[in-house]
Design a protein around this ligand. Structure first.
Ligand code: GDP
Length: 265
């Protein structure tokens, strides 16, 4: 397998000086200090696990002999999907939003896991299923574009509407460019289906602080005013610097029912 990048592991991040550490573990909190006084930041800290929970979640994403993390299968239709035996999360987003990079970052402590990409035009777009021990499954949904083919739309819609074990959908939005037309279409679909979802802002290392702040505030306002099913706290990630990746692992562990301590609080 590949080498594990140091920042993929909390033990490394904890060795950094405080401000950098906060930026990596809680990137949204790091932004807080640059907001004008009086800005409502209650939504910045709705999910704020302690170190024990972060470590527990990390253990789930670290494979070993007794805890395999594997690519299971791909499916183009719902009847090809593996049985809905475990709690499941899925990741969706526009092509190029950084979805495969993020899934690779999440699984970076299990370097044997291969996150496949099928990007070449004309290549069949599939749902890829990953199994994390006996705890949960993670689905990499095919990236969508503005003019998505009908069979693709039908596959994604069928999955989101029918998948009984789906606990949460992670909608990835590019942190540099903010919400695009196709993202709004995805939001409308998720709202129409009435399923719970979370927005994840990607590539935050690439956005200037000003751009990032603008996008975060705009999207937060949009979520507040226009959505029912979206978790009010945004998740910010960089797959290059591993910012937000540890927190996201923890949230995945939480929504799949694998973090009883956080659930109780
Ligand atoms: P996908 O089509 O959604 O799977 O997107 P990819 O993960 O392939 O990423 C698309 C492009 O964005 C690639 O060139 C990645 O290297 C780049 N990228 C993805 N995530 C990040 C990130 O967190 N930071 C930076 N700087 N680049 C990223």
């Amino acid at each position: 397998g590949r080498a594990v990048p140091p920042l993929a592991a909390l033990s490394w991040v904890l060795r950094l000086e405080r401000s950098r550490r906060t930026g990596i573990v809680f990137p949204l909190q790091k932004l807080e200090r640059y907001l004008s006084p009086g800005t409502d930041t209650a939504r910045f800290r709705l999910f704020q696990p302690g170190l024990a929970a972060l470590q527990r979640a990390e253990a789930l994403f670290r494979s070993d002999r007794g805890h395999p993390i594997d690519y299971v299968s791909s499916a183009v239709r719902m009847d090809h999907a593996p049985p809905p035996a475990l709690p499941e999360v899925c990741f969706i987003g526009r092509s190029n939003v950084g979805k495969s990079s993020l899934i690779r970052a999440l699984f970076s402590l299990a370097p044997e896991v291969e996150v496949r990409v099928s990007k070449s035009p004309g290549h069949t777009k599939k749902m890829n299923f990953f199994k994390v021990g006996k705890y949960f499954t993670l689905v990499d949904m095919p990236g969508y574009g503005y003019r998505a083919p009908q069979d693709f739309v039908e596959m994604v819609e069928a999955y989101l509407q029918e998948r009984r074990n789906l606990k949460r959908t992670f909608l990835l939005v590019d942190g540099v460019v903010g919400l695009q037309k196709t993202d709004h279409i995805a939001v409308e679909m998720l709202e129409e289906f009435g399923i719970p979802y979370v927005m994840v802002l990607t590539k935050i290392d690439r956005a200037s602080r000003g751009v990032l702040l603008k996008n975060v505030l705009e999207i937060q306002e949009f979520v507040k005013e226009n959505t029912q099913g979206c978790f009010p706290q945004l998740f910010l990630v960089s797959s290059v610097e591993f910012s937000g990746v540890h927190l996201l692992r923890c949230f995945v562990a939480h929504v799949t029912g694998n973090l009883p301590a956080v659930e109780a609080s």
